[in-house]
Design a protein around this ligand. Structure first.
Ligand code: A2P
Ligand code: 11C
Length: 329
């Protein structure tokens, strides 16, 4: 199968190449795509070097699927052109996520919404993906009423420039700033731009995308998203109020049995999820499970996942795998 990876020279794009290779997605021909300035450069896939091609050349080559991670404006301009050529697009940008005519998919939660007619499929924001993977099985069992989430997000979510900023600061070296402020030895309670309501765009993504993926607008979500000097993955402290009461051991069992989740929860061993362990893993790690003793039917939990993997590349490749397995490609 011919596969295009748009943004193949970027942080998420190169992770997509790695994940496609690791999961043995049946790529017969790879078309790495990047901006005009990278055309002709080489990227490696399964030990073979491939030349970066332009958008137009990729469309002319008619891949079955194109996985995009080249930013929102690139996606707004080019995804429809791929789709018109009959190429299925899985798009990691925020460009199409809230478009009512486009599906927003986390395979463990709502792959079933996909049909043969979906030509542009949106991959959600990383912090939303890991949260809904953990929330969906709990919602099915206990019915979620309200979610209060605070995030602790890795600099890899911003891109290479931010990773460089962190390590330059650590070395005491000069360099470009991805953030307005120092990130090493600091915490920045702002991810993306501020909106009129005082929340950031990242916070409102967590609200709106959660409702869309879980197909339930009655779930009330409020978020505070925070950047921390970490590279391995995003962490989330989540407070969930259910309509129904629960037994904690049963909650653990529900999560253990759910797809894509690893429960790491043993206070006696000081075992809980951390970005250090989630890094380069595809699963969502859940722990610190405990009852919120201040109100009924309410649970506290801690969710960690590698934002470049399950939060981006792995989720996109899983969507491609689902399309393939259902004959939708
Ligand atoms: P390039 O390396 O040529 O700039 P990141 O998210 O790490 O910044 O990566 C963004 C990715 O999107 C890179 O691969 C980048 O290519 C690619 N990209 C940026 N703008 C365009 C564009 N207009 N057309 C195609 N690819 C683009
Ligand atoms: C971050 N969540 O960690 C962002 C990055 O909408 O796909 C991903 C932005 C997006 O900074």
């Amino acid at each position: 199968m011919k596969v295009a990876v748009v943004g193949a020279t970027g942080l998420v794009g190169s992770k997509m190449l790695q994940v496609l290779a690791e999961r043995n997605f049946p790529v017969t021909e790879l078309l790495p795509v990047a901006s005009e300035r990278s055309v002709g450069k080489e990227v490696e896939f399964k030990g073979v070097k491939y030349k970066v091609v332009s958008m137009a050349d990729a469309i002319a080559a008619k891949p079955a699927v194109a996985i995009f991670s080249a930013g929102g404006s690139t996606s707004l301009e080019w995804a429809p052109k791929f789709a018109e050529a009959g190429i299925k697009v899985i798009d990691n940008s925020s460009a199409w996520r809230m478009d009512p005519s486009k599906k927003l998919v986390v395979p463990e939660v709502n792959a079933g919404v996909l049909t043969v007619d979906d030509y542009i499929i949106a991959n959600p924001n990383c912090s939303t993906i890991q949260m809904v993977v953990a929330l969906q099985p709990l919602h099915t069992k206990y019915t979620i009423k309200r979610v209060v989430v605070s995030t602790y997000q890795s600099v890899t979510g911003t891109g290479k420039k931010a990773v460089d900023q962190l390590f330059n600061e650590r070395k005491g070296a000069e360099g470009e700033m991805a953030y307005k402020y120092q990130i090493d030895l600091n915490v920045i309670p702002q991810i993306d731009v501020f909106l009129d309501n005082g929340y950031t765009k990242e916070e409102m993504k967590m609200v709106k995308e959660t409702n869309k993926i879980m197909q339930d607008d009655s779930i009330r979500v409020t978020a505070t998203t925070v950047r921390i000097p970490v590279v391995g993955g995003h962490s989330e402290s989540v407070n969930v109020e259910f309509a129904n009461d629960f037994v904690l051991d049963e909650v653990k069992e529900v999560l253990r049995k759910a797809p894509g989740i690893i429960v790491q929860d043993d206070p006696s061993q000081q075992l809980y999820p951390m970005p250090l362990w989630a890094h380069e893993k595809d699963e969502v790690f859940v722990g610190r499970l405990r009852r919120d003793e201040t109100q009924p039917n309410t649970l506290n939990l801690w969710i960690v996942s590698d934002n470049l993997r399950k939060g981006a590349a792995t989720n996109a490749v899983q969507i491609a795998e689902y399309l393939l397995s259902k004959g939708l490609l």
